[in-house]
Ligand binder design. Structure first.
Ligand SMILES: *Cc1c(COP(=O)(O)O)cnc(C)c1O
Length: 237
């Protein structure tokens, strides 16, 4: 028998595989496969490479400049890039040129800028409308009652393809409260689809609350620390 190894930190591949097991357990029976966006903000390109080697393809970033540097370093890999942060108007062109998804449409104007800036040779930019489900002033997005008007205005814009909604629950360990907030977003999603909008993506759930999000019908998770470990501190960015 080999001696048991020293206790050590789980590798990225081990964390990712443990996460996939938790996701599978939390998915309601018979639900379609859920997309996992690994949130790589503040993580070095080497961490993205390790995740890629473990089978991960979609990555999420919050800062345009940081993301561009990472993309240049990782240009040899076939990755799908999601911009999940709020976007200043002067960064819209760069974002539309380099990303595959944008999760945080909160005004018609930004969707128009993105559509205009999307290079003709690329498929339309996939976009989600961000809805403020936690009712916190610090969170972006439109109020649930405003999502309908914004979705209807964004839907026909050329160069973008409206895929669905994104939301973040307030930080709390109370799973009942997490579910209450995610249900708000799911209700808006169902409502928009009933009106005939061809939506297929409900982006909700992070490391602390993805099980509640899956219980309420999430189709896409944005998960950082449960994949990469704790993030380095923010003040450097
Ligand atoms: C950072 C971030 C995440 C991931 O957060 P974790 O807690 O590390 O899983 C998800 N969504 C958005 C919008 C973020 O900014």
């Amino acid at each position: 028998m080999r001696p048991s190894p020293e206790p050590q930190q789980a590798t990225l591949a081990e964390r990712l595989s443990a996460l996939h097991e938790r996701i599978a357990r939390a998915c309601p029976a018979g639900s379609p496969p859920v997309a996992l966006v690994a949130v790589s903000k503040m993580q070095p390109p080497s961490a993205v490479r390790a995740a890629f080697a473990a089978g991960q393809r979609a990555f999420g970033e919050n800062y345009v400049q940081e993301a561009l540097e990472k993309m240049a370093n990782l240009a040899d890999l076939p990755l799908e890039w999601h911009f999940i942060g709020s976007l200043q108007s002067n960064k819209a062109r760069t974002m539309a040129e380099h990303f595959d998804w944008f999760h945080a449409v909160d005004r018609v104007k930004i969707a128009q800028s993105l559509g205009q800036a999307r290079p003709a040779g690329k498929a339309p930019l996939n976009v989600l409308i961000q809805v403020n489900i936690s009712n916190e002033a610090t969170k972006g997005g439109v109020a649930p009652g405003e999502a309908n008007a914004l979705a209807t205005a964004v839907q026909p814009i050329a160069g973008v393809r409206l895929r669905g909604l994104m939301g973040m629950a307030a930080p709390t360990n109370d799973i009942t409260e997490q579910r209450r907030q995610f249900k708000l977003l799911h209700d808006v999603f169902v409502d928009l689809k009933r009106q005939g909008l061809p939506l297929d993506t409900l982006s909700m759930g992070m490391s602390q609350d993805f099980e509640a999000a899956l219980a309420e019908g999430a189709t896409m998770l944005r998960i950082g620390s449960a994949v990469f470990g704790e993030r380095p501190h923010k003040e450097t960015v």
